[in-house]
Design a protein around this ligand. Structure first.
Ligand SMILES: [Zn+2]
Length: 340
């Protein structure tokens, strides 16, 4: 019964009619436009609340409702290739949206693509090639998994009790903040040893594999782009390293999947994470577009190597918030308060 109630959960919220009136006015004034959304992982409503890093996951039933809502309200859901064609044609007849998944985990294969397929609409996958190549430690997912399934965890000088959802969230935040940085993989490796974790098995519990990606190779509803080799922060890398991350991920995907990889998304993607030098490097690396996570909408004449994308995280379970992104209002607000 509870499951059924959850399945029918209404994400519209009381503010939706007011927000729609506001955004309708903005749309009428500003004309046709596109909007890019990005997210990382999805989780079923029934487990979302329990996840120590839950804001990293979109509630799957919210995403399901969101896709229906957009199609019902006249938004075309398109690939980035099609978006570029529309921009090139100067097509002002319609409104369009793209969804991209960054990094790519096992749930991209098991849950995200099947959901988009059920709706008959495309999704773009920005793959970090170190994930299927098993050269990049998935320390965030691994740490979260251990905290979720244990009552306590061992750290170098400490043992933390994590037997309630609140304790699990606090422990995840504390440890992830401490580890974040170039040494995170080493901290995670030591943590796995201390807690008798099979790091390899845990990697494949969460990672997308090349076999999974190969199954999308000729799928018209799946567009594959690159997201570096090691999830490097491009702005802090020297030019040769930055170019190797950009070009290396494109070439690895092309070689492994036998497809042309035309689009790139910058890891992290805020203004401190990628700038003018990096947009030029993306062009040099052979891409035809590159996306950031700066909020905003797509208009004609837009620079194709610094495309804005609006991040949907787990706390965004409200269609009114999506309407504000679609109208470009969150982008304007972010620029006004300097959060870009
Ligand atoms: Zn990423």
């Amino acid at each position: 019964m509870l499951q059924n109630l959850r399945a029918r959960r209404d994400y519209a919220g009381g503010s939706l009619p007011f927000v729609k009136a506001l955004t309708g006015t903005a749309n009428a004034l500003l004309g046709s436009r596109g909007c890019l959304f990005t997210f990382h992982r999805v989780a079923a409503t029934s487990i979302w609340e329990t996840l120590p890093n839950r804001n990293f996951y979109l509630d799957l039933s919210f995403l399901d409702q969101l896709l229906s809502y957009l199609v019902r309200n006249g938004w075309a859901i398109v690939t980035i290739d099609e978006m570029l064609q529309r921009l090139h044609r100067g097509d002002r007849s319609g409104r369009y949206v793209n969804f991209s998944v960054d990094d790519c985990y096992r749930d991209t294969f098991e849950q995200v693509v099947p959901l988009f397929r059920r709706h008959g609409v495309p999704v773009t996958l920005f793959v970090t090639t170190g994930i299927p190549d098993e050269t990049m430690p998935l320390w965030c997912s691994g740490l979260e998994d251990v905290i979720l399934h244990r009552d306590f965890v061992r750290l170098r000088n400490d043992t933390m009790v994590v037997d309630t959802p609140t304790e699990k969230r606090r422990a995840y935040d504390r440890i992830a903040t401490e580890w974040d940085g170039p040494e995170a993989g080493c901290h995670y490796c030591e943590f796995c040893a201390l807690n008798d974790i099979d790091e390899r098995a845990l990697h494949w519990k969460h990672a997308i594999s090349w076999q999974m990606l190969e199954s999308f190779r000729s799928d018209a509803l799946v567009e594959i782009g690159a997201h570096t080799v090691t999830h490097a922060r491009i702005s802090t890398s020297v030019p040769q390293t930055a170019l190797a991350e950009l070009k290396g991920s494109r070439e690895r995907l092309e070689e492994r999947l036998g497809i042309s990889v035309r689009h790139f998304a910058f890891p992290y993607g805020r203004s401190g994470d990628c700038g003018e030098r990096d947009f030029a490097l993306a062009r040099e690396a052979g891409f035809v577009s590159a996306a950031t996570t700066r909020k905003g909408v797509i208009r004609r004449g837009r620079d194709l190597f610094s495309l804005p994308r609006n991040t949907l995280n787990g706390s965004h379970r409200n269609l009114a918030m999506v309407e504000l992104h679609l109208a470009g209002i969150t982008g304007v607000a972010a620029r006004m308060i300097g959060r870009v």
